[in-house]
Ligand binder design. Structure first.
Ligand code: ADP
Length: 494
C-alpha cells in the first residue's frame, strides 16, 4: 500500500517522490505501507493551502465548526475497533489501550463540539461613560501540529480539534512511526466535512518537522516530543516570534507510604510502569518505597511483573507489546547497562525478550531495578521503556525531595490513607499532574494536561485551557458618547 500527503484537498506524493516504510514493531516482516518523505517544498505547499483556506474557515461560526467536530467524533466512534487494530499494528501497544487512545479522540471531539458554543470572552465596565468594553476570542491563522508516535490518534486530536474549532487551519506533521493512524484520522476529518485546505497532512521526519516550524505562513506550533527536539523547536519559533506549546519528557514517580493499600498500589504501579510498554510521557519510571513496606511490596511487585505476557498487542492475552523500533530498543538496553554499572540491582528483566512469537519484534522484558540512588542516571533521565527504578526512603519529606529532584515535572502520584499527606503532595509535588491513590497515567480529555520545569513551556493541552493557546484575545472598545473621551485623563484631570 502506498500512502500520500493530503494538501489543499488533494492526495499527492512528496515532490521528491521519496518514501519511507512503516513496519509493525511486533513483527518486522509485516510491512504496513510506504509513506511520502516530505520536503520543505511540500510543507510550503501545505502552508500556502492552509493560509488560503483560513480566509473562509475563520468566518464560519464556531458552533458550526463544532458540528463538524461532533461528526468527526461520531465517525471515530463507528470506526473505533478498526482504528485501534491498525494503531496496534503500527506502534505495538495492546488493543485495549489503542481502543482507549481512540476513545480519547472521541472525547476530545465531543468536547470541542460543545466548546464551539462557549468560546467565552468578557464584557467589562468601561471607566468612561457611554462606552462599552469587551474581549473576544479570535483565531490566529495556520497551526503547525507536530506529534509523536506513542498516542498516534489521541495527541493529534488534542491539538487538531481545538485548533480547528477556534478557526485556525492546520498543517499536520505526524511521527514517521505512526503515519497510518494519521492517514486514517485525516480521512475521518474529510468525511466529517472539514473543507479543502483546512486540514493538510504532510508525512515525513525531521526535515518536514523543521520546515513546519520555520515556515512563515505557519503562525503557531503545537509540539509533543522529546525535550531535546522541543528546545530546538522553541529556538526556531523564537526567530519568528511564533507562539509555541511544548509537551516534552517526564520522569514520573509514585510515592508509596507505609499506610497505603498495597494491593491497590500494586495494580497502579504495574499499569503505570508497564502499560504502553513504559512508552508514555506520564509512565511511572520511579517508584519511591517507604522503608517499612519496601521488601514486602517489592516481592509482590516482582511476582506480578513476572506474570506479564509479552507479545503482539493484537493478540488476545497480551499484556505488554513491543517497543517502537530498533533504535529505541538499543537505547533502553543501554540504559539498563548504565543502571547496572552505576550499582543498581537488576531484580528482573534487563534484556531483550526471546521466546515463541517474539523473534521478529522489538521486545524487552519488564525490568525492575532496586538499590537505585536518586542521583543515578536511571533515576534522572527519561528512558521511555519498560524499566522501573525503585528508590527507598524513610520520611515523606525525603520522598518529596527525591520526587522533585529531577529536571522534569509532568505526572506524580501518592498512595496513602493519610489525608494530610495527600494535601501536602497536591501542594508540594513539582508536577503538572498529581494523582492520589492512582497511578501516574490516566489523563482525561476534559482536564488540562501538561507539566512544569523542563517538561513544558507553560501551556496546557486538553480541557478548557488548550483553547486559550489556539486563540488570540482581541480587546474592543465602543464609544457611543459622540465625543472624544480620553482614558486615564478625562475622568481624573478635571
Ligand atoms: P521522539 O523521540 O518521541 O520520536 P522527537 O522529539 O524526536 O521525539 O520527535 C517528535 C516529533 O518532532 C516527530 O514528529 C519528529 O519528526 C519531529 N521533529 C524532529 N526534529 C524536529 C525539528 N528539528 N523540528 C520540528 N520537528 C521535529
Amino acid at each position: 500500500m502506498t500512502f500520500q500527503n493530503y494538501i489543499g484537498g488533494k492526495w499527492k506524493p512528496s515532490s521528491s517522490q521519496e518514501t519511507f516504510l512503516n513496519i509493525n514493531p511486533a513483527n518486522t516482516d509485516d510491512l504496513i505501507g510506504t509513506f511520502p518523505q516530505s520536503t520543505t517544498s511540500d510543507v510550503q505547499e501545505a502552508a500556502e493551502a492552509a493560509r488560503e483556506a483560513y480566509k473562509t474557515w475563520r468566518l464560519m461560526p464556531a458552533p458550526k465548526r463544532g458540528d463538524i467536530m461532533r461528526k468527526a467524533g461520531m465517525i471515530l466512534e463507528s470506526r473505533k475497533d478498526e482504528l485501534a487494530r491498525e494503531m496496534t499494528r503500527e506502534m505495538g501497544k495492546v488493543f485495549a489501550e489503542t481502543k482507549g487512545d481512540v476513545q480519547e479522540g472521541i472525547d476530545t471531539a465531543y468536547y470541542a463540539a460543545t466548546e464551539g458554543r462557549r468560546l467565552f470572552g468578557h464584557t467589562v465596565p468601561s471607566e468612561l461613560p457611554n462606552k462599552f468594553a469587551m474581549s473576544i476570542r479570535q483565531p490566529i491563522g495556520v497551526a503547525g501540529c507536530i506529534t509523536p508516535w506513542n498516542f498516534p490518534l489521541a495527541i493529534p486530536t488534542w491539538k487538531i480539534f481545538p485548533a480547528l474549532l477556534c478557526g485556525n487551519t492546520v498543517v499536520f506533521k505526524p511521527a514517521m512511526e505512526t503515519p497510518k493512524t494519521a492517514h486514517l484520522f485525516v480521512e475521518v476529518l474529510i468525511e466529517a466535512g472539514v473543507p479543502e485546505g483546512v486540514i493538510n497532512l504532510v508525512h515525513g521526519g525531521d526535515e518536514a518537522g523543521k520546515a513546519v516550524v520555520d515556515n512563515p505562513h505557519i503562525n503557531l506550533i503545537s509540539f509533543t516530543g522529546s525535550s531535546q527536539t522541543g528546545a530546538i523547536v522553541a529556538q526556531n519559533c523564537a526567530k519568528q516570534h511564533k507562539r509555541v506549546s511544548l509537551e516534552m519528557g517526564g520522569k514520573n514517580a509514585v510515592v508509596l507510604m507505609d499506610d497505603a493499600d498495597l494491593k491497590l498500589a500494586l495494580d497502579g504501579v504495574i499499569w503505570g510502569a508497564f502499560g504502553t510498554t513504559g512508552q508514555r510521557c506520564t509512565a511511572t519510571s520511579r517508584l519511591l518505597l517507604h522503608e517499612a513496606i519496601h521488601d514486602q511490596f517489592l516481592e509482590m511487585l516482582v511476582k506480578r511483573a513476572e506474570q506479564l505476557k509479552l507479545g503482539d498487542g493484537n493478540q488476545e492475552g497480551t499484556d505488554v507489546g513491543p517497543v517502537i523500533n530498533d533504535a529505541q530498543l538499543q537505547r533502553i538496553l543501554n540504559y539498563i547497562e548504565i543502571g547496572k554499572s552505576e550499582g543498581a540491582t537488576c531484580l528482573i528483566g534487563g534484556k531483550r525478550a526471546s521466546g515463541k512469537g517474539l523473534e521478529k519484534g522489538y521486545f524487552i522484558e519488564p525490568t525492575i531495578f532496586t538499590d537505585v540512588k536518586p542521583e543515578h542516571r536511571i533515576a534522572q533521565e527519561e528512558i521511555f521503556g519498560p524499566v522501573l527504578s525503585v528508590i527507598k526512603f524513610k520520611t515523606f519529606d525525603e520522598a518529596v525531595q527525591i520526587l522533585n529532584g529531577v529536571r522534569y515535572g509532568l505526572s506524580s502520584s501518592l498512595y496513602t490513607k493519610n489525608v494530610n499527606l495527600a494535601f501536602q503532595a497536591m501542594r508540594d509535588f513539582e508536577a503538572g499532574i498529581t494523582y492520589i491513590n492512582a497511578p501516574t497515567i490516566g489523563a482525561e480529555a476534559h482536564l488540562p494536561f501538561g507539566g512544569v520545569k523542563e517538561t513544558g513551556n507553560g501551556h496546557r493541552e486538553g480541557g478548557w485551557q488548550v483553547y486559550e493557546f489556539f486563540s488570540e484575545t482581541k480587546t474592543i472598545y465602543v464609544d457611543f458618547s459622540g465625543t472624544l473621551q480620553r482614558a486615564q485623563i478625562d475622568n481624573y484631570d478635571k
